[in-house]
Design a protein around this ligand. Structure first.
Ligand code: GDD
Length: 276
């Protein structure tokens, strides 16, 4: 009972007919060029998908009159350099083209809710990770490298800023929060995170230790991975999600690192390259 359909957030002509055909009860807009560093290389494309894309989808819902609930994937990147901990009242201070585009998408979702009475909610999700995370994001880049080093497939891992701090959680917990938002009688905006902060350095140290490796023997800094403007410190205050949605994270930072390292150590691709 799972169907894939083609459409594109940069092509409004593909969105309305699809909504009209499917008539969904719930729409989750997770579409994006979601890599922060890449957004500095392709800022216009990022804005087209992330900012205007959200607007196109909202407009398609409004014009077709399809009565569905709408979820917008807002991001903790919108807070940028705003003081931590960040909650729903914290003013945004975006630090990348990606984050600026997410701020637009967030505000336009709120605007469609207020203007047209749409049941539209924004989840302001802090970093959420799992073994399915793309290989160019920090957590997966590290856990994949740990597995490959462990299996003798590479020696070095090149990273950027080790001092940035993030509130990292487990993605399946966060999808539950998204779903819960659309089950509420009234729409709203919710911060979702663990309320615990760790540095990139701590993530790296723990991931290598998980495979009995000393990270200092393998990690080198490559300034190519520095960003023109960095987001130094993100820490969620998710009191509202806990209170209204009854949401709790179920996986700790240590468990998250273990799950991701184990998945990569057992990955068929990495095992196959090793055996080959
Ligand atoms: N990707 C990457 N690669 N990041 C590195 C590296 C590296 O080699 N070295 C250090 N970092 C640092 C980044 O500078 C950043 O401070 C931190 O590790 C996390 O980077 P990412 O994993 O790329 O995620 P992000 O925090 O920039 O953004 C992610 O989370 C957001 C939610 O807060 C993305 O998933 C966004 O799409 C999402 O909105």
């Amino acid at each position: 009972r799972f169907f894939l359909h083609y459409a594109d957030l940069t092509d409004s002509s593909s969105l309305a007919p699809l909504l009209y055909d499917i008539r969904p009860d719930e729409v989750y807009n997770l579409g994006a060029q979601s890599h922060v560093k890449v957004s500095f290389e392709v800022p216009e494309y990022t804005a087209n998908v992330v900012a205007t894309g959200a607007l196109r989808l909202l407009e398609a819902i409004r014009r077709t009159g399809v009565r569905c609930r709408f979820y917008q994937a807002s991001s903790s990147e919108m807070y940028g350099s705003a003081p931590a901990p960040q909650n729903e009242s914290t003013p945004f201070h975006p630090r990348s083209p990606y984050a600026c585009a997410k701020v637009f998408a967030h505000h336009v979702t709120v605007n469609y809710r207020e203007s047209y009475g749409l049941h539209a909610s924004c989840g302001i999700l802090f970093n959420h990770e799992s073994p399915r995370r793309g290989e160019t994001f920090l957590t997966r880049k590290v856990t994949r490298a740990v597995a490959r080093i462990r299996r003798g497939l590479q020696q070095k891992l090149y990273l950027g800023n080790l001092e940035a701090r993030r509130d990292w959680g487990y993605a399946p917990d966060y999808t539950r929060a998204m779903w819960l938002m659309l089950q509420q009688d009234s729409p709203g905006d919710y911060v979702v995170g663990t309320g615990e902060v760790h540095s990139v350095r701590e993530f790296v140290e723990l991931a290598f230790a998980q495979a009995d490796l000393d990270w200092r023997a393998h990690v080198e800094i490559d300034p190519r991975y520095y960003r023109p403007a960095e987001v130094d410190y993100l820490l969620a205050d998710c009191s509202k999600a806990r209170l209204v949605l009854g949401w709790e994270p179920s996986v700790t930072f240590g468990e998250l690192v273990r799950i991701m390292v184990e998945a990569d150590l057992n990955s068929p691709q990495i095992r196959a390259s090793h055996d080959g």
